[in-house]
Design a protein around this ligand. Structure first.
Ligand code: SF4
Ligand code: SF4
Length: 218
């Protein structure tokens, strides 16, 4: 999932300064699971804004996803009543809502951090950089691009100590983890193979699926 956290309240207040009628919108998917912008966080932020801005109207709404047009459309008959939308979605959701309502300021209440997982309650870690050419099948399910501090593709740098990365003693050496995973899976032969030339993505990414377009057009 995409992981985000809330912007400092002072920054949110600065963004909202020109507006008095705000629609605060949460997201029911990633932002709910990472406790950054679900129903609960929407209620908390709305309460804080109302208590700090006595002349402000803040109405709230949470839709299942802010990155899917069919759910964004649920806002259509409401946005006209507000001066701005404050979105508690990831940057992707904020842009999707802004694209749907180009006449309305859509402001981000969150800082989108990364694609990751919850390691334990209250701790999330990055696990994928969406490189477009996944190699997890030959790295024991551990991503060296994301989890090695130098994104090395051809093995460890040699600086690890006691299983920890030389860049930060707080994190394990990804290549040491890859070695142990491949050993456990009886796949160590992958370490002897030359890494393939990586086909890095060009941004902004775009996928065209002609099969789906044909179905839609039929
Ligand atoms: S190789 Fe790493 S960055 Fe690329 S898609 Fe796989 S997990 Fe994501
Ligand atoms: S110590 Fe391991 S994780 Fe850290 S930069 Fe070197 S190879 Fe990558």
């Amino acid at each position: 999932m995409i992981i985000a956290d809330q912007k400092p309240l002072s920054e949110i207040q600065d963004m909202l300064a020109p507006y008095r009628k705000i629609l605060l919108v949460g997201c029911g998917t990633c932002m709910t699971f990472c406790s950054a912008g679900g129903r609960e966080e929407v209620a908390t932020l709305a309460g804080t804004l109302l208590s700090e801005n006595k002349d402000m109207t803040v109405d709230k709404m949470t839709i299942p996803q802010q990155c899917a047009v069919k759910f964004i459309d649920r806002l259509a008959d409401k946005v006209g009543n507000y001066e701005a939308i404050l979105s508690m979605a990831c940057g992707n959701g904020v842009q999707a809502v802004a694209n749907r309502f180009p006449e309305k300021p859509v402001l981000p209440a969150l800082n989108t951090q990364f694609i990751g997982v919850e390691k334990e309650p209250g701790i999330w870690t990055e696990s994928c950089m969406a490189c477009g050419d996944c190699i997890l099948w030959r790295t024991g399910g551990i991503c060296p691009i994301t989890r090695c501090a130098k994104s090395l593709l051809n093995g460890p740098c040699g600086g690890a100590s006691g299983g920890k990365c030389e860049v930060s003693k707080d994190r394990p050496c990804a290549w040491q983890e890859i070695y142990h995973a491949l050993k456990r899976l009886n796949m160590l032969h992958y370490l002897k193979e030359k890494p393939r030339v990586k086909d890095w993505p060009i941004h902004p990414g775009r996928i065209v699926r002609e099969d789906l377009r044909e179905v839609e057009a039929a």
